[in-house]
Design a protein around this ligand. Structure first.
Ligand code: FAD
Length: 399
């Protein structure tokens, strides 16, 4: 571990006061790191690799507890707990170690995927992704090859298409994966900020084919540290990149797959990658690509201009706006209801995959629309969804 302070580790712990002893965590853990006695469920620090598979199935949140420790709590100590100990005072020099910061990426992804309502599973046909090839102690150094504004110049929403080249460094990615961007500065106390995740907006073989580069879609967040810095970068500037990350929110590698993509804002990034992959690998289908994409106005919808040039035979587009002067507000779920019959037809097919990506909070409206559409067409979304999820056909990534 090459962290700022060697010896400190982020330990995964279970809160005994909240845990209802339902055994879900122990049953979920793929490596047997969770165990129990008559009193407590506990995590073995020697085994736990912070894969986070146990986090979203836990019905109470008792499982999602972390302490930065110089020496991990033993199983015996944890068995004896009536309550979780607080975070130890680490002293000014005890900066959170690198492993702890890396574990944050897993937590970010777990939180982003929580809207799927259970353990995320990759599509069966998806290629095997490579993950965690580059860490913050040894990031891949990328060079900015382009930085273009893709929302109207007069709008408040500044979203950028940023192209990063990796030169001689191999940085293999699949559509749907994310990268980490290492913040360029430390905090006022000299501590490192956690990396920020950005979805890859290009196909696996590059923004430009075989050019060893990727594209990102980055929204400048007012007061945001990394997005603001990224959006200001010039061609030739360097970016320290970690990852790639993400082993489940992946595109099926199957030309028969119907892919229903529902997004807002920068949630469109992975779908740009999906569309480009289909265009390059299997432009004739037979699987359909269908996108419901919401923004306030056309000017604020990232890639509005380029999307007009994408053939409808490749991508069925529903661009939906909520703030066009003189027009009624419309959200993605409204448009999905309007096309309920064709959405229901997709729901009936085993070859259909659903992906929801964008702002946290969009899931509930979309879920309700899917449930309504299903009901209206004699289907039961409550039964369809868990089946789709367990087969890697229902995915949520919101942040
Ligand atoms: P931060 O510095 O993290 O700040 C975020 C907000 O908090 C700002 O509004 C800021 O003003 C406020 N804030 C910060 N510090 C304080 C403070 N001390 N007190 C009060 N308020 C404060 N984003 C994209 O643009 N494109 C993507 O493709 C994308 N993909 C993502 C994929 C995943 C899986 C996840 C989890 C996130 C993704 N994000 C994406 C979001 C991205 O990772 C960042 O969260 C986002 O860019 C904001 O980071 P930032 O450093 O600019 O803002």
């Amino acid at each position: 571990m090459d962290g700022a302070v060697k010896g400190h580790k982020k330990q995964h712990l279970i809160d005994p006061e909240i845990c209802i002893r339902c055994n879900t965590c122990e049953a979920t853990c793929p490596i047997g790191a969770v165990t129990h006695d008559d009193v407590n469920y506990v995590v073995d620090a020697e085994k736990c690799d912070a894969c986070l598979d146990c986090i979203s199935p836990c019905p109470t949140g008792a499982i999602d507890n972390w302490r930065v420790v110089a020496a991990p709590y033993s199983l015996e100590e944890q068995f004896g707990w009536l309550e979780l100990p607080g975070q130890e005072e680490l002293g000014p020099a005890a900066v959170v170690a690198e492993d702890a910061l890396e574990a944050d990426v897993g937590q970010l992804l777990a939180a982003a995927h929580a809207g799927a309502g259970g353990k995320a599973v990759a599509p069966a046909s998806a290629d095997k992704p490579q993950i965690n090839l580059f860490r913050r102690s040894k990031p891949a150094m990328a060079t900015v090859q382009g930085n273009f504004r893709i929302t109207g110049a007069d709008t408040e929403s500044d979203v950028r298409h940023i192209v990063l080249g990796f030169g001689e460094t191999q940085f293999p990615v699949l559509e749907g994966q994310s990268i980490g961007v290492v913040p360029p500065v430390t905090d006022p106390d000299g501590r490192e900020h956690p990396v920020r995740l950005y979805s890859i907006a290009s196909a696996r073989d590059g923004e430009k084919r075989n050019a060893n580069n990727i594209a990102l879609t980055v929204k400048r967040v007012p007061g945001g540290l990394v997005s603001d810095w990224l959006c200001n970068l010039k061609v030739g500037d360097k970016v320290a990149v970690t990852g790639p990350f993400g082993a489940t929110f992946l595109m099926p590698d199957d030309a028969n797959a119907n892919i229903l993509m529902i997004c807002t804002g920068t949630g469109s990034a992975p779908f740009r990658g999906f569309t480009e992959r289909r265009r390059r690998a299997a432009p004739g289908g037979p699987g359909k690509l269908v996108m419901y994409f919401g923004a306030r106005t056309p000017e604020e919808l990232p890639y509005f201009g380029p999307l007009q040039k994408v053939p409808r035979s490749l991508l069925e587009q529903h661009l939906v706006f909520s703030r066009v002067p003189g027009a009624a507000k419309e959200y993605v779920q409204d448009r999905m209801r309007l096309h309920g019959e064709s959405v229901a037809r997709l729901l009936m097919q085993d070859a259909t995959y659903i992906y929801i990506c964008g702002l946290k909070g969009m899931e509930s409206g979309v879920e309700e629309a899917l449930a309504d559409i299903a009901r209206k067409h004699g289907l039961d979304w409550g039964r369809i969804k868990p089946v789709m999820r367990s087969q890697g056909r229902y995915h949520v990534e919101t942040y």
